[in-house]
Write a protein that binds this ligand. Sequence first.
Ligand SMILES: *Cc1c(COP(=O)(O)O)cnc(C)c1O
Length: 375
Amino acid sequence: MTANTAPALLDLAPLGAGHFARIEDKVAALMRTRETVVAMQGEALLPLEACIRSAVRPGSTALNIITGPYGETFGGWLRSCGAEVIDLAAPFSGAVTAAQVADALRAHPAIDFVSLVHAEAATGNTNPVAEIGAVVREHGALLMLDAVASVAAEPLLTDEWGVDLCVIGGQKAMAGPAGVSAVSVSARAWERIAANEQAPRRSYLSLLDWKERWIDGGRTALPHAPAQLEMLALEQAVDRIEEDGLDGVIARHRAASAATRAGVRVLGAVAPYVVRDEDAAPVATTLRAPGGTDARDVVAAALAADASIPVQAAGGALAKEMIRVNHYGLDADRETVLGALSALAEGLQALGVSAGDRDEALAAAGKAWDAVIAG
Ligand SMILES: *Cc1c(COP(=O)(O)O)cnc(C)c1O
């Protein structure tokens, strides 16, 4: 085999412990945490489940905040760990408030664990974690945050907000790999996990294994063969964000949300599903399908106009009514956002839905984009 036909992803130099630890440290810096960060060798659902199974046991009382589909998944895991679960559900058209969380904590003083999703890519909303974190910290419960869809799309201040267990993945705004993820674990959380006899041990779901076999030994020897390709891709994703500047990456995501919302307001036929701008997630804008149409038909018509746009119908029970315009990672881009709006306008026209003028919508969107970038 000649050198120029050698597969680029094979025959790499080994990924040693020092390099693995350095990648974890880069992720910790991105998450604004000085607590331990554990890189997990699987998609983000792995650390999310690991957090719940590690910190929760029979006798725990958990407040599960549901603002999208992931909160529903967490509720199932919490119950299967034997916790008493109090659900706090907010409509997908908005966010949960710190006052609602404070009321729930007052009504159920035994709550010792709170699970929350920061931004919901699936439903397009985002929650005020700083305010909620303060309320949870005052009560004394552990706070677990799913920040998979918020990291690099909006500010994520893990320690400042009092987040004990913070989970990120590389595949959304970071424009990185899906097969690796990371979780930060506070000292308080490690204490709780170590005291939990039911916490997974000698298991793929175990945080304690990583603590005992990796962290406590000074991160000098890896307990398993590392997921080398994913770890290297994660490092490149973090490096690229640092090179571009985290603030600039966040601004692109905010601009994409502002532009999409401004554009669809001119079109009129499709309304932002999330009512208030401040509750809208910068990773995706969800839209209400026009009355009398099925969201899947609107999406199909838009894709017929331009198959390259990052638009999809929502999953599950919302599939008929919700259109999802993704604008994360490389799609948080002016051309891509305007292209999606343009195809959406063409799709509506093809379906015979009366809507505002496409060029006016694009002009409004471009103006909104530029205003955010200009700061
Ligand atoms: C995308 C996402 C995840 C990761 O799950 P996938 O379905 O594999 O993409 C977890 N939590 C949230 C809030 C997400 O948006």
